[in-house]
Design a protein around this ligand. Structure first.
Ligand code: IMP
Length: 430
């Protein structure tokens, strides 16, 4: 039995989708444990681009099982759209290769309306969410008024639960947000249609994943977003509403901690962030713009431009500790060619003092300025598509070594482009 958690070490968009796709060559099961269609995983195979939101990136490998765990939140029409798009691209998805946990919670249309009203009310303090209803769906889960995927299989129960949940949400919409209410009948009819489409996939994800582990199969746990967007360990309140760290695997899939093997941290060779919130190493200059353009740093889900900056070893050391990351896959190194020099943030200055631990409060982080303890020369040569360290310019190798040194965790994979083969594997993972 072998399992690996693939988790983002920054603010998401680290390139997890590609690493999952590559490691799926050796795995038989891949399981998502949190988040929803706020995620966007881009995978390029033979020049063809696949953008996945809720369906794990492993679906692109024939003969494997992709699982959407109980810790996720599912918007049925978005999932159906994603399945339809995969079908157009020739990817066959059926009850044999996709399993949707009956315990995952449903995103309802009123969640999206409530989220948009909440963001409006927050004004300048808004989170800058993806607007997919993720937060309110998790709110209803915690309030214990949420509807689960499994409820779709029992129309009468679904109807009863919908009416009581909607009574509460309509009050919020009407009395607090000044918005229109939703009609239970219309929502019910629509979700019963979705139920027909999704029925073949619905099952018990915990049983399936544990059984695969019992049978000695290799399993990947696919995280969405990243450590700094985690509800507990990220830059709260500018975070998503789920446990995106490796610990989320246990609660989000019904898998015990003793069954989780290695944790591979995915780290982009620089830093990006979408939405609001503190970002000490952000570059609001030509270098940041260059990273954005060369890296195609525009959200795969919302198309929003991503904020860009230097790599931040303070934040990364926090991510290594919180997740127990024992190895790193460093992605998008090819984006950094052509810079005079590269900086690595190794500490912050906070109220006149040098600190090396990531602050637990976003307000404190907002006051931190980066200390670039390591500055290395850049390189002009392209590293795109390199498949060995020997093929990399010396300065790029020095940068990689400096990043490894600053984080204190070995880099075992280096991604040199979006394609499946554009990769340097320094150590096999399974
Ligand atoms: P939400 O997840 O839509 O509630 O958004 C909360 C925060 O997480 C916002 O700053 C989003 O931009 C960010 N976020 C959510 N999903 C992703 C992702 O897949 N990549 C990067 N940022 C994300």
């Amino acid at each position: 039995m072998s399992s690996i958690v693939i988790a983002g070490a920054q603010w998401g968009d680290e390139g997890k989708g590609k690493i999952v796709d590559v490691l799926m060559r050796e795995a038989e099961v891949v399981a998502r444990y949190q988040g929803g269609h706020n995620a966007g995983h881009t995978v390029v195979i033979e020049g063809k681009q696949y953008i996945l939101h809720l369906v794990p990136s492993g679906i692109l490998h024939e003969g494997t099982l992709s699982v959407i765990g109980n810790g996720t939140v599912v918007e049925p029409s978005a999932l159906i759209k994603e399945l339809d798009e995969l079908a157009v691209q020739g990817i066959v998805v059926n009850g044999d290769n996709l399993l949707l946990s009956k315990s995952a919670h449903l995103i309802m249309p009123y969640h999206i309306a409530i989220e948009s009203a909440t963001e409006k009310k927050l004004g300048k303090a808004k989170i800058g969410t993806t607007g997919r209803g993720i937060g309110p769906a998790y709110v209803d889960k915690a309030l214990r008024i949420g509807l689960k995927v499994g409820d779709l299989l029992y129309p009468d129960l679904f109807r009863t639960k919908l009416e009581s949940s909607l009574a509460y949400s309509n009050d919020i919409l009407e009395k607090i947000c000044g918005m229109e209410c939703f009609e239970a009948q219309a929502v019910y009819d629509q979700y019963m249609e979705y139920a027909e489409r999704l029925k073949p996939y619905i099952g018990d994800a915990s049983i399936a994943v544990n059984q695969a582990l019992d049978e000695g199969k290799n399993v990947l746990f696919e995280g969405a977003q990243g450590t700094l967007l985690d509800i507990d360990h990220g830059t709260y309140p500018f975070v998503t509403s789920s446990s995106s760290i490796a610990g989320g695997v246990c609660t989000g899939l019904g898998v015990g901690p003793t069954r989780v093997g290695k944790v591979l941290g995915i780290v982009k060779a620089y830093t990006t962030r979408v939405g609001s919130g503190p970002f000490p190493t952000e570059l609001i200059d030509d270098i940041g713009k260059r990273m954005q353009e060369r890296g195609g740093e525009f959200g795969a889900t919302t198309g929003r431009p991503r904020r860009c900056g230097w790599i931040d070893a303070v934040a990364l050391r926090h991510a290594m500790r919180i997740n127990g990351m024992g190895a790193i896959a460093l992605t998008k190194i090819d984006v950094l060619s052509g810079l005079d020099e590269l900086k690595i943030c190794t500490a912050y200055e906070f109220r006149g003092e040098k600190i090396t631990d990531f602050p637990s409060s976003a307000a404190e982080l907002e006051e931190c300025t980066p200390i670039y303890g390591t500055v290395v020369p850049g390189w002009l040569e392209s590293t795109k598509g390199a498949t060995s360290m020997e093929a990399m310019p010396g300065a790029a190798r020095d940068y990689i070594a400096a990043v490894e040194d600053a984080i204190g965790v070995p880099i075992e994979i280096i991604s040199t482009g979006p394609g499946r083969e554009e990769l340097i594997i320094l150590k096999d993972q399974f």
